[in-house]
Design a protein around this ligand. Sequence first.
Ligand SMILES: NC(=O)c1ccc[n+]([C@@H]2O[C@H](COP(=O)([O-])OP(=O)(O)OC[C@H]3O[C@@H](n4cnc5c(N)ncnc54)[C@H](OP(=O)(O)O)[C@@H]3O)[C@@H](O)[C@H]2O)c1
Length: 249
Amino acid sequence: MGLKTLLKKKIYNFKFFKKKNSEIKNKTILITGASSGIGLGLCKKLIQNNKIIAICNKNSINLHDKENSNLISINCDLTDINNYQNIEKVILDNKIELIINCAGQFGSNNQLINNIDFDNLIEILKLNSLSILKILQLISQNDKMKYLKKIINLTSRAGSIELNDKGNLYIYRTSKSTLNSISKNLSIDLKRNFGTSTITIDPGNVKTGMNQKGFLSPEKCAEYLIDIICDNKDHNGAFINLLKKNLPW
Ligand SMILES: NC(=O)c1ccc[n+]([C@@H]2O[C@H](COP(=O)([O-])OP(=O)(O)OC[C@H]3O[C@@H](n4cnc5c(N)ncnc54)[C@H](OP(=O)(O)O)[C@@H]3O)[C@@H](O)[C@H]2O)c1
């Protein structure tokens, strides 16, 4: 890592110097994208005091204590929207109170106007944007919405229409803008009908499989996400970053 990047990283991490001690206890929490990156960071922090339903794709969840009785691990390819039977079963058997939706992919390398990979665009739309809608539909159809208090959707600044000053990235941007639209809609609809809050969060620049040169550790990111979830302010309907600053849609 060059000196300039190292400096940038230091400055970036300085914004998160405060240790956040908020804790979530005795909740049933469904986490998508739980097998790696930010989702795994959250699982590690939450597993001790909560029941975690970890939705994984191909990789299984890599916790030290895999036999932990607080963990239910489900494998499901979330692009396969009509094949969520595993998830439906776990919804039926549990009262899910919090969903943290971390599953996502950046998409194909072909995201320029002259080479957009449309098949991949559709797959990424299913994963990044529609999968949460499908999970919530299953919760609703099985009369379990009344238990759900909060939904956290991890989006990206790249999904903000107003902040876009670089262009390109048609697949990732489209999928995250769509997620933002769905998330905002949920914050109105589910709040009105069930009192459920929906918060749309840009996790920032986090070092994960998706962003290997990221600055912030997934554990630190998880600490700040938990702080938002525990905040006295509800944040329903907001699009915010880890420092609770509002971002333009
Ligand atoms: N890292 C950043 O800097 C950053 C910045 C802005 C936004 N975000 C957002 O934060 C979220 C988490 O990303 P991350 O950085 O933690 O990336 P990551 O480490 O690559 O994690 C992505 C997760 O999504 C899961 N996933 C991928 N394809 C799936 C599929 N078809 N079905 C089910 N699950 C699938 C992966 O599961 P497997 O490992 O089992 O495939 C993995 O657990 C994403 O929505 C991302 O867009 C990240």
